[in-house]
Design a protein around this ligand. Sequence first.
Ligand SMILES: *Cc1c(COP(=O)(O)O)cnc(C)c1O
Length: 392
Amino acid sequence: MDIRVPMANADIDEVDVERVAAVVASGRLSLGPALVDFENAFAEFLGRKHAVAVSSGTAGLHVGFLASGIGPGDFVITSPFSFIASANSVLHAGATPLFVDVEESDGNMDAKATEGLISKIQNGEKVLRRWDDAIDIEKVKALLPVHVWGEPIDVEAMAKVADDNSLPVIEDACEALGATYRGQLVGTFGRLAVFGFYPNKQMTTGEGGMIVTDDDELADVCRSLRNQGRDTTDEWLSYSRLGYNFRMDEMSAALGLSQLQKFDRLLDRRQRVADWYGERLGELSPITLFNAGPNTTRKSWFVYPVQLGGDLDRDDVIRELRDRGIPSRPYFPAIHLENYYARRFGYRPGDYPVAERLGATCVALPFSGVMTEEQVEVVVEALLEVLAQLVQ
Ligand SMILES: *Cc1c(COP(=O)(O)O)cnc(C)c1O
């Protein structure tokens, strides 16, 4: 059957199109004024001193670790319940991710579990199956919590763990631009934070990402690393370190600035779609919704996940929805059980039970800011049919 409602859609209007077209017509396609304008506007939006645009969120995390001095032999504590880019980027930097389990209520990295893992390492307990030596706590260099699905982590609890153990926080805020925790924007808590602008994100540049920080030196090194290691202070080409080509081009930057200037409206439109789903699915057993938590003053809806209860098989639901022309996605399959991670580190089912349970029972429904109420209705009707068929 043909797809009746798309899984996701960028929220692009005529102004966006004109801004990008103007850049193309100008002939200045990289390292031009659009990049500077987008970075300045982004830094101002978040209230941070520096914003460094890069070619993707993954590249931003990679560069952020390197600039923080994290590399081979080091460890970063992060979540197994995330898009795989968060853990992959730790490996790209040459370091090793150490996972901790997540909270059942929102899928975010659990501060208590984080403290527990740190204690184990301090006590010399084995925390990685394929790692014979005890891990030196001095080699644990950062916490990388992920604000999944646009819901802020428990910032206060995580900040306490970070402070108690003198660890910097690097926020993977790629799914949560605009979300606020007790009135404060995510991406303003960590020493460094990274955003992503893939087309299904709350705002897009096509491909693209942004690193934000208040630290002058970190920002400088990030700028250098994204541009082949070129010194940012030099008039002429001089390369002090091994860098990459992780630059954002001018078309992407122009689109990013255009989207940022109406970002509040983009988020409101996503909230409206989430509300349409919520009104229809709120009381529906055996489905659990992921509404904003008690400290969340604004949720920045990224996807629309629901958790299936009872003995509903998530994959049956996905298949039955597909047969009715409705796409949906498992969200997220736990990272530690992905082939590469299981093979390299010896992870097994049962290692992070909450992440695995959420990973096995959650499904993301079609969602975007341009979805109409009629489209939500079509998805919900199909879902009701599937539930009626599968629930005994
Ligand atoms: C989208 C995303 C990223 C970055 O993805 P890119 O496609 O590289 O921009 C990183 N972490 C998480 C959790 C994400 O959802």
